[in-house]
Design a protein around this ligand. Structure first.
Ligand code: FNR
Length: 183
């Protein structure tokens, strides 16, 4: 059984990406469970001086340990100004300073949703680079990029059948990827 930890890159109530994450949680294939990660909302802005003075905050350790004990990580995030939202990037920066970096060797799968045509794809590219720098194992294809999001979500849930089918395919392939990485 693969246990996957899901991180939402948006802190917004009514976030499309949270709804995307919830769709993935409910579509987890046989042999996989997906649960939401502890929040990074309370992480202070990363500052090396603060880290030296007071160490790694408890909330960072909580997320780091949850990542460490998971078999894989799913990140569902919006794109801000063509890149990674600052809250999520700040979380990665803190996690990268833990004594044993929890992302090392960890299978990671990315999804995004955005109202625009590119659906957060530029964020996905930047997130791949950032996670590669701390030796995560990035899952490749199929990619889940939910563009034109305003038309695909309703009543707090993802309704687009093509996107839902793609999520199922991606999670099934991610499950196989986790098995390959584990070997
Ligand atoms: C955005 N948005 C956005 N969308 C996009 O496709 N590319 C971008 O570069 C940006 N930049 C951007 C910057 C900032 C500061 C905000 C607040 C928004 C729009 C964004 O995709 C939209 O607000 C989504 O609904 C955000 O995702 P959640 O919160 O719905 O998950």
């Amino acid at each position: 059984m693969a246990q996957v930890l899901a991180i939402c890159g948006s802190l917004r109530k009514g976030s499309f990406n949270r709804q995307l994450m919830n769709a993935s949680i409910s579509l987890a294939p046989e042999g996989m469970t997906i649960k939401e990660a502890p929040s990074f909302a309370s992480f202070p802005l990363y500052n090396f001086d603060d880290q030296q003075a007071t160490g790694i905050p408890a909330a960072v350790t909580a997320l780091g340990e949850a990542i460490r004990s998971a078999d894989g990580v799913l990140i569902c995030s919006p794109e801000y100004n063509w890149s990674i939202p600052s809250g999520l990037k700040n979380a990665i920066d803190w996690l990268s300073r833990m004594k044993e970096v929890p992302f090392i060797g960890k299978p990671v799968c990315i999804q995004s949703a955005a109202p625009g045509l590119l659906g957060g794809s530029r964020m996905q590219y930047h997130l791949r680079m950032s996670l590669q720098s701390i030796d995560a194992q990035l899952f490749g294809k199929p990619e889940v990029i939910v563009n034109l999001a305003a038309a695909k979500f309703a009543d707090g849930a993802l309704k687009d059948q093509a996107a839902l089918d793609l999520i199922k395919q991606q999670l099934a392939s991610f499950g196989e990827f986790i098995k390959r990485v584990r070997k």
